[in-house]
Design a protein around this ligand. Structure first.
Ligand SMILES: *Cc1c(COP(=O)(O)O)cnc(C)c1O
Length: 374
């Protein structure tokens, strides 16, 4: 005991206190952690989740593969079976390779880690998915966010000028874009691919709800990669995303992937779910139909400006967005408040398309909440 005390005294006399501020990189200290709103008991329309559960028969199949999965073993590091199912479902040609991630967030991080030479730039547009900017900070890349035009389309003169000036190593374009919901003009993305000396990653997190895709265009450009996730398709809890692209690129990214980043259970479960891709696409078709219903109700609501969407959510602008958001919460409906997150999103809220009942409850709560704040 006495020796222990002496040891403590000696230690504290030879150095300053060890604090996060003394060791953590300043750009990390400056970040705010990604905040997830608590939502117990609420109608949850904030995170682009699929509102539907799986049919009983598919759930029974899942139960069977889970119960027989070898969780005592490390997963197949190459995930060959799962990659094969992805290849078949996506109709990918054999010269196109696949990299799996623990959600597509992990893939964004892998790409940034691989390209983060000193001074290298990661570019995206604003407003868009916030993880691009955050991951640029995580990996020490310079970040450039080119403002979108007022209708949230790509501002091509600004985009091309910015690419020329900053020569980004990596450009992320969410297609459809989050949180605005629109698809950029495909010819604009082609022009970006043509002038860019860096990689262009088309992030198709919402492909199941969209009218167009760059997946069939893989191989046409030496700098095009397409990223997809199963999260918005109804498997957010699984944490599985993939990157598809030319082999020479994917083999470099593969070196940075931690060997067992996708567990045994997500691999087995995703294989089964891909055999039932039609079921998931049917759910997506239902969500698209309900999106039309929801959009029309929003457009028909006094004081609301709704933006057309190719995704499973709708962005809308209205007066007193903050108060209306609180009013919705008081009525048990959680959506996403974007007001305050970016100047272009002043007075904007974003609602995920839920089940028809949830959508109706949302519209009713919205109308009451707007009325209360007029
Ligand atoms: C939700 C989302 C992702 C992240 O997906 P995960 O696979 O769940 O990590 C990626 N990109 C965009 C544009 C998204 O909206």
């Amino acid at each position: 005991m006495p020796t222990y005390c002496i040891f403590t005294v000696v230690m504290s006399s030879v150095r300053n206190p060890v604090t996060p501020e003394s060791l953590v990189r300043p750009e990390i200290l400056a970040l705010h952690a990604y905040h997830v709103q608590p939502s117990p008991g609420m109608i949850k329309l904030d995170a682009m989740e699929n509102p539907y559960i799986l049919p009983e028969s598919v759930r029974a199949e899942l139960a069977a593969v889970v119960s027989s999965a070898s969780i005592n073993r490390y997963p197949d590091a190459s995930a060959a079976t799962l990659k094969d199912s992805i290849r078949k479902t996506g109709n990918l040609p054999s010269d196109i390779d696949i990299l799996l991630g623990n959600g597509s967030d992990e893939i964004i991080q892998l790409l940034a880690m691989a390209l983060a030479k000193p001074g290298a730039t990661l570019m995206s547009v604003e407003p868009s998915f916030v993880m691009y900017k955050m991951i640029a900070a995580f990996t020490g890349m310079q970040y450039v966010g080119v403002p979108l035009a007022e209708d949230f389309s790509l501002d091509m003169p600004a985009m091309l000028a910015s690419i020329r000036t900053h020569q980004p190593a990596l450009i992320f374009l969410a297609y459809p874009n989050n949180p605005t919901g629109n698809l950029f003009v495909a010819a604009d993305i082609e022009a970006i691919l043509q002038v860019s000396n860096g990689l262009v990653v088309v992030d198709e997190a919402y492909y199941a709800f969209a009218d167009n895709s760059f997946l069939p265009r893989l191989g046409e450009f030496d700098n095009l990669l397409v990223m997809r996730t199963f999260s918005k398709l109804g498997m957010a809890g699984l944490r599985l995303g993939f990157l598809a692209g030319p082999r020479n690129w994917l083999e470099q990214m593969e070196k940075l992937r931690l060997p067992y980043n996708v567990g045994v259970l997500p691999q087995r479960v995703a294989e089964v779910l891909l055999q039932h891709h039609d079921v998931l696409l049917q759910q997506a078709a239902q969500i698209k139909a309900d999106r039309t219903w929801l959009y029309e109700r929003l457009v028909g609501t006094v004081d609301v400006h709704a933006y057309p969407s190719n995704a499973n959510f709708i962005l809308f602008r209205l007066s007193h967005a903050g108060k209306v958001f609180e009013g919705l919460k008081q009525r048990g409906v959680l959506i996403k408040k974007l007001d305050g997150s970016h100047p272009a999103l002043a007075d904007c809220l974003r609602v995920t398309v839920g089940s028809p009942e949830e959508n109706e409850r949302f519209i009713k709560a919205l109308q009451e909440s707007i009325h209360q704040n007029i």
